[in-house]
Design a binder for this molecule. Structure first.
Ligand code: IMP
Length: 427
């Protein structure tokens, strides 16, 4: 096996950053295929916390190529800041970054529109990250999007910006905003971006094929999670991109036959940030306890995440939508801080999340033997093999794996790289 896709199997924030960082040690190329700086990957390297939003998590390994695919939306200002931040940690010093010519650009007017829409009292509130993600993808589908390749051609950029101005200035006015698309200022900014983005542009599909053809290992890094997928998530409370494994192909410009395996990541419980259905959400003290134990605050917006028990019907749906060949379970150490654990094994009235959706889902829980107690979190985090985990943890993992019918390939028991139990080789 020379390629592996790693995707979120819940509503995002499953710990993809850490898992991809661990697996990237063996990869030659790490390619991200969707989303933008709505994602936030927290990496802990030698005790130093690094948060990336755009650059794939392979960035911590010197010489590992990092690729931003055509399915992404890229805010050049954020990208520049992130590269600078990574360089202060001595990362990305080699010629490691590549960006697809066909990725779309987020401009300030996308960010402003995102915020105006979220703040409007009449709007359906999605609880977006306000980073301009939705407006940029919307422009892409409306065929007025501006790609990285358009930045390299000043005449075409101006023409595309004029098109956007005609479409969006009336919308700003409708919101009572005095903002408008400022073509001259944006052309000026873009001319500066080109200096440093230009040399890293590429054909992402060709890049992946080159690596695979040379017998090298490629990791496809997902963003967000299956239940936020624009086609298969809890629509309309979703992000605007294809977050499932199918997005690897469209987002990078390669065929499905190039994907050798797909690992889905799930927390040992469930979290969600933003609006939309979340059947196993726990209100009150129980939810607060999970949030506190797991440090469940958004890496991008700092918003507190809603928390609840693991939702097996939702996870099984995600496994099917992604064709998972492996399941990664993260944050098992967090449950060790809780006195009792439950798990959702079905919804009332035999409601099926695939057929009936999530809106009316009422979870049915089963208690499971917990592993909470003094010193247990330390014991879980110190384990380096399945055998060293408490019996109750192993039983929990078996229950999850049997239910979703996917083998567990990796277990994460803390934020550090070493707090990882590898069960199956990635490549
Ligand atoms: P957008 O992607 O900013 O348009 O936000 C749409 C929805 O996706 C909102 O509910 C966000 O909270 C959610 N979302 C976007 N990115 C992430 C992420 O990386 N983790 C968790 N939720 C996310």
């Amino acid at each position: 096996m020379s390629t592996l896709a790693v995707v979120g199997a819940q509503w995002g924030d499953e710990g993809k950053g850490k898992v991809v960082d661990v697996l990237a040690a063996e990869a030659d190329l790490v390619a991200r295929f969707a989303g933008g700086n709505n994602a936030g990957h927290t990496l802990v390297v030698d005790g130093v916390k690094i948060v990336t939003h755009l650059v794939p998590s392979g960035c911590t390994y010197p010489g590992t190529r990092c690729l931003l695919g055509a399915g992404m939306v890229i805010d050049p200002e954020v990208f520049a800041e992130e590269i600078a931040q990574l360089r202060t940690h001595g990362l990305l010093e080699q010629d490691e970054l590549r960006v697809s010519l066909d990725a779309h650009v987020i401009f300030e007017f996308h960010r402003e529109l995102d915020a105006l829409r979220e703040d409007a009292s009449t709007a359906q509130k999605i609880g977006t990250t306000r980073r301009g993600i939705g407006p940029a993808y919307e422009a892409k589908v409306a065929r007025r999007g501006i790609r990285i390749r358009d930045l390299l051609n000043p005449a075409r950029l101006r023409e595309r910006l004029e098109h956007n101005k005609r479409a969006l200035d009336p919308e700003f006015a409708r919101f009572g905003s005095d903002r408008s698309v400022n073509i001259d200022a944006l052309c000026e900014a873009a001319a500066k971006w080109v200096d440093w983005i230009g040399p890293m542009t590429c054909d992402a599909g060709a890049e992946v094929l080159d690596f695979v053809g040379a017998g090298k290992r490629v990791l496809f890094e997902g963003a967000q999670g299956a239940l936020l997928d624009v086609d298969h998530g809890t629509y309309p409370y979703v992000t605007s991109s294809s977050t499932i494994a199918g997005g690897v192909c469209t987002g990078l410009g390669i065929g499905p036959t190039l994907i050798d395996g797909v690992w889905g990541i799930t927390k040992a419980y469930t979290t969600r940030v933003g609006a939309g259905p979340f059947p196993t959400k726990l209100d009150g003290e129980q939810g607060d306890r999970i949030r506190a134990a797991g440090g469940e605050y958004g890496a991008t917006t700092g918003r507190p995440r809603d928390c609840g028990w693991l939702d097996l019907p939702a996870l099984r749906l995600a496994a099917r939508r992604n064709g998972l060949t492996g399941l990664v379970v993260t944050k098992l150490d967090v449950l060790a801080q809780l006195p009792a654990i439950e798990i959702c094994t079905r919804y009332q009235d035999d409601l099926d999340p695939g057929r009936d959706g999530f809106d009316d889902a009422v979870p049915v829980y089963e208690p499971v033997a917990g592993w909470g107690g003094a010193g247990w979190a330390e014991q879980v985090s110190a384990a380096r093999s399945l055998e060293q985990l408490p019996k109750a943890v192993r039983a929990y993992l078996d229950l999850v794996s049997d239910y979703v019918e996917v083998p567990i390939t990796l277990v994460s028991i803390g934020p550090d790289r070493e707090q990882t139990i590898r069960l199956t080789p990635a490549f």
